[in-house]
Design a binder for this molecule. Structure first.
Ligand SMILES: [Fe+2]
Ligand SMILES: [Fe+2]
Length: 275
């Protein structure tokens, strides 16, 4: 089996259509979510007319994220030799990733049932592959920083918001689904926070580079401390290894140009296959 499977080679059947970020941003159905950054999306309110449609779309996006999180965690077990060198992954990290595969499989199943409940067909909306692309980084420390701490950290914010939305809308199925996935995501985000430190403990230069990468990831993906569920999101992030300082610092947004440049850097390995 190939190591570092490029993003255009992941297994999908005919229901799925990969939509690149630029194309998605031009889809009028995307509304506020189409800016490619959930962090800046408008707030969810049970009063707004488009809330049911936006919820279906957002949950389909989360479903695709669960599929890719499963693929990414599985890849981290397979792509690297087991060991302590910088281009290797320690056995304990692979065990964490194997556990995460189990959780993400469950999230995929929950998301499929939630889609049924909401009247959404699998593949009804296009698939963005940003999570998988971030899971192609050749450095396992940066891979976990981008995927676990960054993107799954954002998933915490989304799950906390949607759990609250489900409670307010009287939709017990939605709020339970969000609650159960949220509980696991806190663990996944903590793995991202912890492994960056463990993997770079003996190498101050690598630690500094990784922390710089982490600061940029945090700025792109942290929504904690903003909006309706701000306190919830802050609480879950603290549980996941963020300090209050980390959360506050993440609120200084990057300029759009700086953000685009960093996103390119974060996903630069996504088209590189290795034997
Ligand atoms: Fe998940
Ligand atoms: Fe996860």
């Amino acid at each position: 089996m190939k190591r570092f499977l490029p993003v255009d080679q992941v297994a999908r059947d005919a229901r799925f259509r990969w939509v690149k970020d630029a194309e998605r941003a031009e889809d009028p159905r995307e509304g506020d979510l189409g800016n490619g950054n959930y962090q800046r999306a408008g707030r969810f309110s049970t009063e707004s007319e488009d809330a049911p449609e936006r919820t279906r779309r957002l949950m389909h996006g989360i479903f695709m994220g669960e599929v890719q999180a499963l693929e990414g965690a599985g890849r981290t077990c397979w792509d690297f030799d087991t060991g302590e060198q910088t281009d290797q992954a320690p056995y304990a990290l692979k065990l964490d990733m194997a556990r995460q595969c189990w959780d993400e499989s469950r999230h995929v199943e929950i998301s499929v049932k939630l889609s049924d409940w909401m009247g959404t067909e699998i593949g009804e909306f296009g698939e963005g592959r940003g999570l998988y692309e971030a899971a192609c980084n050749r450095d396992p420390a940066l891979r976990l920083t981008a995927v676990n701490r960054g993107i799954e950290g954002l998933a915490i914010d989304v799950f906390a918001t949607m759990r609250k939305f489900g409670l307010e809308a009287g939709d017990a199925v939605l709020s339970f689904c969000e609650d159960w996935m949220l509980a696991d995501e806190v663990t996944h985000v903590k793995m991202g926070s912890d492994w960056l430190r463990r993997l770079t403990a003996e190498d101050p230069e690598r630690r500094e580079r990784a922390l710089e990468f982490q600061r940029l990831v945090d700025k792109i993906f942290s929504r904690a401390g903003r909006g309706d569920s701000a306190e919830d999101a802050r609480r879950y992030r603290r549980l996941a290894g963020f300090t209050d300082e980390d959360i506050d610092e993440a609120h200084d947004f990057l300029s759009p140009e700086a953000e685009r440049a960093f996103r390119r850097e974060m996903t630069a390995d996504a088209h590189v296959a290795r034997a």
